[in-house]
Design a protein around this ligand. Structure first.
Ligand SMILES: Cc1cc2nc3c(=O)[nH]c(=O)nc-3n(C[C@H](O)[C@H](O)[C@H](O)COP(=O)(O)O)c2cc1C
Length: 329
């Protein structure tokens, strides 16, 4: 089953683009995804990007945590990156065995360390290698335990300048879906996403291979955008990254306003699930970046955030949360 095709059909039936939570390293781990699913799920989830060389190495344990997920998170796509065809093949076999619904190749990461290695958006400069990787992954999928595993690519619309030829090149490959982060590598996230170019890319897709499902990404932060962008830009799916920091309930069918108690309880859930999932495996400090998602829009939110930021252990934070709940009464 090609999940992207199903989602496209759904979007045709509903008149709304389907939604995807963007992969975000050190943010969208299995714990945060679980909370997103609980509060208002998107149609598809993706893992943080995971290095194929790491997956294929003896040190696999150091990276495989990025591919943890729970059954409620289906449909879920494993995102991988690298530049070695062989390690991509090994990653496919692992991803298929782990029960993912699809594999996504990262050809958009602008981080200098990744680009210098010729991976992520560095592949925009090596279209032949990008093609070789896609073909190898396609072949490995056919030989895997799940020949139906979907294959997608996430990329930017050029390296130093906008390159419709790069997008066309990808549309000529045997992929099921393509996500376009509507900025170049050079632009990082410093300029507004080029949504004005989306209709052009949709036409390019229609002219090149209309079976490929097209997903737009960049600067989506409101429910209104999610509701209207399909009609406006003719795109099949919409991927949201940082917008989830603004509104955790962005993907819910109904507009949701949560009270202080529910918001505080979310922090508690996150801490407990983090402990249960990761124990000491991950640096607990990373939990602090989530406070600003949950703790806002109520009186005393900023103060509670500040108090929690001073603390270092789950126990101390949980105690602080219990007190905050008592103080609400
Ligand atoms: C903290 C952070 C981590 C990210 N990690 C990844 C990643 O692992 N893989 C990837 O393809 N993109 C990654 N991105 C890029 C996002 O998936 C997305 O393309 C980008 O943020 C633009 O979308 P937005 O404007 O909705 O945030 C990351 C972005 C952020 C802010």
């Amino acid at each position: 089953m090609n999940i992207w095709k199903n989602l496209k059909e759904k979007s045709l039936n509903t008149g709304r683009a389907f939604t995807v939570l963007a992969p975000m390293e050190d943010v969208t781990d299995t714990v945060f995804r679980q909370l997103v699913v609980q509060e208002g799920r998107p149609d598809v989830l993706m893992t943080e990007f995971t290095n194929c060389d790491g997956l294929a190495s003896q040190g696999r344990e150091r990276v495989i945590h990025r591919l943890s997920f729970s059954p409620e998170q289906h449909p879920i796509i494993a995102q991988v990156w690298g530049r070695k065809v062989d390690t991509y093949r090994q990653a496919v076999s692992l991803v298929a065995e782990m029960g993912f619904d699809g594999i996504d190749i990262n050809m958009g990461c602008p981080v200098p360390k990744v680009v210098k290695n010729g991976a992520g958006s560095g592949l925009i400069k090596e279209p032949d290698l990008a093609r070789e990787i896609i073909l190898a992954v396609r072949e490995a999928i056919a030989e895997s335990v799940n020949p139906q595993l979907s294959l997608s690519v996430k990329t930017r619309i050029g390296f130093s300048s906008i390159q419709p030829d790069w997008v066309k090149h990808l549309l000529e490959q045997p992929i099921d879906a393509l996500t376009l982060h509507l900025r170049t590598t050079k632009e990082l996230s410093k300029v507004p996403a080029h949504w004005e170019l989306m209709p052009e890319f949709v036409s390019l897709r229609d002219a090149t291979n209309s079976n490929i499902v097209l997903i737009g990404n960049g600067d989506i932060t409101t429910r209104e955008q999610l509701a209207t962008y399909r009609a406006r830009y003719n795109v099949d799916g919409l991927m949201v990254g940082r917008g989830i920091f603004e509104n955790l309930w962005l993907f819910s069918p109904e507009e949701i306003h949560k009270e202080a108690r529910d918001r505080i309880l979310l922090v508690k859930s996150h801490i407990l699930l983090f402990q249960q999932t990761w124990g000491n495996q991950k640096n607990f400090e990373m939990i602090k970046k989530f406070f600003r998602i949950y703790l806002k829009n109520f009186e005393g939110a900023a103060q509670l955030r500040q108090s929690l930021l001073q603390l270092r252990t789950p126990e101390a934070m949980l105690q602080c949360i219990e007190q905050a709940l008592i103080d609400l009464k």
